[in-house]
Ligand binder design. Sequence first.
Ligand code: NAD
Ligand code: UDP
Length: 315
Amino acid sequence: MPASLTRNLVTGGAGFVGSHLVDRLMEAGEEVICLDNYFTGRKVNVARWMGHPRFELIRHDVTDPILLEVDRIWHLACPASPVHYQHNPIKTAKTSFLGTYNMLGLARRVGARLLLASTSEVYGDPEVHPQPESYRGNVNTHGLRACYDEGKRVAETLCFDYQRMHGTQIRIARIFNTYGPRMLPDDGRVVSNFIVQALRAQPLTLYGDGSQTRSFCYVDDLVEGLIRLMNGVHAGPINLGNPSEFTIRQLAELVRDCINPGLQLVSEPMPEDDPSQRQPLIELAKNQLGWHPTIPLQQGLEPTIAYFRDRLAEA
Ligand code: NAD
Ligand code: UDP
């Protein structure tokens, strides 16, 4: 193998976003080590690369240290759906803190650059709208979402302390709600829930009255932003998301009308601490990375619906 190839480690690489990133890096001719404990990831997401000389798949939990010779660490390992991260909240906090600590230790030791997949959840239930990177957030430190939100906040802190103390090269992406093929059908996140419900001809479940808002980014746009951030000079944190904001009711109507316009929308209780609004300001990403999303929600829903149609047919 020529020594000049970039050696990438993608933690959480068998998951939704991670596997799309693996695809992009492999297609660019780079070397990729995909590391995952398969909590919410699936080998099938990276199956097309199995046996490829530039690809390696490792079953490993990031809460344990590991030594690998790499140039770039894309640190995505962490469950992202509230259903999954609340399944074992102590483990989620450990994954964010210890996992990021271990990956920063690795980055320091081998001189790699580390990109952290942080989240818009660091803003909690935001009182500033839309959210700029300078907003410090409104997080309930002891609520059901805290294991994830505070986990990511401390992960960001660790990155900046490694940068200050050891000169470690860091990049922080604050990712807003992202959707696309390879989300899990039982993921619990809103886009996959609504699509799967509509395909099964079930009512779509609106938590609360559906007036809360989110801004949905298609996964290809996000991966492009992650790559530009890693390759650029700005450490961040940088918001990566699509600024087009929708109420959850609007999303439900859109999905329903694409799949089965006769279906009902039903109301279910609002989960604790569910943010009432969320929309990224992306001026920093535009100016620093020359990045902005290009795929509107209606367009991104098409391949996502097609993916779930196939998966449900397989099942
Ligand atoms: P995902 O659940 O599909 O992927 C996470 C991956 O990490 C899975 O493959 C899982 O098995 C793996 N993993 C979890 N804990 C691990 C551990 N301890 N050790 C090794 N592997 C572990 O979620 P996703 O949507 O692909 O999210 C990827 C990253 O992006 C996460 O860090 C998430 O917090 C962040 N993010 C995602 C979104 C989004 O909307 N998708 C939004 C904000 C932030
Ligand atoms: N939501 C909903 N019905 C569902 C799943 C989610 O109304 O079946 C709502 C949820 O309460 C939240 C929004 O959709 O207000 C986005 O939820 P998701 O879990 O996808 O992401 P997050 O809340 O982490 O942004």
